[in-house]
Design a protein around this ligand. Structure first.
Ligand SMILES: [Zn+2]
Length: 200
């Protein structure tokens, strides 16, 4: 899937663009365990449906709310998968081995995928309805496996930011979730400390 950044809002109200690099990591911005709880947006099945409409699945073909069939169980399953992926992704980004039981959750989630099709009326790309919660998690799980040993799976280098991304830049030197957010805060701090050295 192609590049697709999302606009996130920090707890202090700043809006910034974040490009997670794949659909699995994009799913992590919907909330998570620990510090992610404050960002939780998946409270009901409709919340996941609304979020998917703007997800990178829509880069392949439009995601129509009426084509989504998300049950309460599927929402709970999606959240469980997402929270597990937070642990796995964070471990990998720090060069640690993820827990085997967590890897098992990913393996078990590999299954059905959303099915692309050609709309016979318009001749354009579409998703075959219904798009189910299991298909959503299935798509994320395959991408989790794609990046399971990738040195480009990183966590934002800021001390108080947990965002995980796949660095798809050509030089492979991406450090920040977003230049607008953590990259800029780092530059400001560097600038201040340099000024401090000059004036002392
Ligand atoms: Zn960050």
């Amino acid at each position: 899937m192609t590049a697709h950044s999302r606009v996130l809002t920090s707890l202090d109200g700043q809006r910034y663009h974040f490009e997670p690099g794949n659909f699995c990591l994009e799913l992590l911005v919907t909330g998570g365990p620990g510090p992610g709880e404050a960002y939780e947006i998946l409270h009901a099945p409709d919340d996941l449906a609304a979020w998917l409409v703007d997800s990178r699945l829509a880069e392949v073909a439009p995601v129509r709310i009426e084509d989504l069939e998300i049950t309460a169980e599927a929402l709970a399953y999606t959240r469980r998968f997402r929270d597990t992926m937070w642990s796995v992704g964070t471990a990998i980004a720090h060069g640690q081995a993820p827990e085997k039981s967590h890897l098992q959750v990913i393996n078990e989630a590999v299954g059905p995928l959303p099915r692309p099709r050609i709309d016979l009326e318009t001749g354009k790309r579409a998703w075959a309805p219904p798009i189910t919660g299991a298909q959503i998690v299935g798509a994320a799980a395959r991408e989790a496996i794609d990046i399971i040993d990738s040195p480009r799976l990183r966590q934002c280098a800021s001390d108080n930011c947990y965002l995980l991304f796949l660095d798809t830049s050509r030089p492979g030197n991406r450090r920040w979730c977003s230049m607008e957010r953590c990259g800029n805060r780092h530059k400001v701090r560097q600038h201040r400390s340099r000024k401090g050295v000059v004036s002392s």
